[in-house]
Design a protein. Sequence first.
Length: 321
Amino acid sequence: MSIFSRIARLSAAMALIAASLATPVQAEEWRFSTPTPAAHIYTRTAERIAQAIGAEGKDRVTVAPANQLGDVPTVLSLLQGGALQFAVVPVGDLTNRDPAFFGWFLPRKFDSLEGAAKAAHSKEALEMLDRLGTQGLVGLAYVLNGQRHVLSRKPIASVEDFRNLKVRAFQSDIFRAWWSALGAAPTALPLPEIMPSLITGVIDAVDVDLEIVNALRMYEQAPHVTLTRHMVFPGVILASRTWWERLDPARQEKVRAVIAEAQRWALDDVVAGETALVERLAKAGAKVAQFDGAQFSTQVETVRKQFIDRDPLIRAFDQAN
């Protein structure tokens, strides 16, 4: 083959490569699952991400709130298989997969939402997200929905008032341990069953965040909102690792930038809006009462001892934050 033929073939090959690189990336349809209704911060954050991605005019994100695509185990399976692109999953559900996430639920860990928002950016918190890669998931960011409080049919003024109380609690070891330490009877119920159970007396109270109380108008079934601030309750914005690794690096960076902005907005919104949300609930008819967290000292220590060494990262997270 002459040198001219070789040059011609090389030029043709280079032209083909250049053409392929110039070919625009095809727009895609992505789905984003959340476990909460439209008014909740988890879903509002997902909508903000969807709008930002859609504003570029290429990819489109459809948000499916209130577990429309299935419960959390189903959503996690969809993510792992690549059939779903994004989801917000409560950190409580992730404690069953990696005990390091128990660090977020050490009782009375955070005196304020500002402290929890800062912890979401800590090295230890990000290491928890990185660990999810071995489970076919990509942990992209945390989103807070505020502190945990108690919604009840009757007023609560002291630790003694929790004794024998039938409380709907999140289905996680540390939540069961917390309520058991208080002498209450923790009960796991799906979200749609909470309000009927309050009406019929199956449960007396709910371990809850104010966002969901407001979104579902839960105070209409149980009017007493006791601000215990016994834990925080973050969620994690997850992506399917199978799907994520098919994206080109430039697209990944754009998605990360959008999610980072949405995370900043969501954390600021929750921190700034806590007082306003309490006022809104009071105006709507909820009977809001403060609770002296110092009354929990014995129970806090009991639960900390049970969980602080479940994983070395828990203690590291606790010490760093």
